[in-house]
Design a protein around this ligand. Structure first.
Ligand code: FES
Length: 274
């Protein structure tokens, strides 16, 4: 059993949980994830490890409670425990010194971006972090990201914080000036956002990495739900990723796959509410 040490609601649907998991905390690397099962018989949910403290033996997870199983996980109170925390899984992010990098996060993807951006800054990169969301109440980790970013830019669709518009507008401005144009771009967020970033950086061939966490289901390589075409070849986000070269991902195919389980998820949530 894995004790829940803190459980904080950052927004109405996003929770930050700190969990005691010493063996995971000791060896995890940025980009890796764990599979959580809140109780016997519950669904297995893959979640990126946002942070870890090897000395304290804890890991931090950000959980977007949008489905029946994620709502169940965030309902576990401090002092309660989760049945299984398996990991770390997935390939660690390849961290190197690129020079100037842009880290782009959309919505809850910002939580997944956090450990990656931190590792890039620790490797000596000049990190410009661009985060966006629909409105100010959905902007997360602003202060945490600002603590190691050379520059932090915020966009909101309704203009309630930062620049009104989309993260791609800030990235486009950065790319337009040779003095600020990034040598690499990392983007994590809604698939349409990652696709827009990939199309923006493609003409200038700026190395661009995206994380395909959103399409994982059981995270074990067995369900096939995270199948994605990368450079024309079938890959599994949970085994071969979750990070891939954005310019090689078939986003049209990916968007199609994401809709596959929507009806089942809605039915499952409805069932639990009865
Ligand atoms: Fe099931 Fe990857 S999430 S095979």
């Amino acid at each position: 059993m894995f004790e829940v040490l803190s459980n904080e609601a950052l927004t109405p649907v996003l929770h930050r949980m700190v969990i005691r998991a010493p063996r995971v905390a000791a060896v995890r690397k940025p980009g890796q994830f764990v599979i959580i099962r809140a109780a016997e018989g519950e669904e297995r949910i893959p979640l990126t490890i946002a942070d870890a403290d090897a000395e304290a033996g804890t890991i931090t997870l950000f959980i977007q409670a949008v489905g029946a199983s994620t709502r169940f996980i965030v309902s576990v109170p401090v002092g309660g425990s989760l049945r299984d925390v398996a990991g770390p899984l997935g390939m660690p992010t390849h961290i190197e010194k690129w020079g100037r990098v842009a880290c782009v996060g959309g919505g809850v993807g910002t939580a997944v971006l956090y450990p990656l951006a931190k590792a890039l800054a620790q490797a000596g990169n000049d990190v410009t972090t661009i985060i966006g969301g629909r409105s100010a109440s959905l902007i997360i980790l602003k202060d945490e990201l600002a603590s190691f970013s050379k520059q932090l830019l915020v966009t909101t669709e309704d203009g309630s914080m930062g620049r009104k518009g989309f993260v791609t507008m800030e990235l486009s401005d950065m790319m337009a000036d040779p003095a600020t144009c990034p040598q690499a771009v990392f983007a994590i967020g809604p698939v349409p956002m990652m696709r827009a970033v990939a199309e923006l950086t493609r003409p200038q061939a700026i190395p661009t990495i995206v994380s395909l966490n959103p399409i994982m289901i059981d995270g074990t390589g067995m369900c096939g739900g995270c199948r994605v075409l990368v450079d024309g070849e079938t890959r599994f986000a949970c085994v071969n990723g979750p990070e891939f070269d954005a310019h090689k991902v078939d986003f049209a195919n990916l968007i199609d796959r994401l809709g596959t389980y929507r009806e089942h998820e809605a039915a499952s949530a409805e069932c639990r509410l009865k």
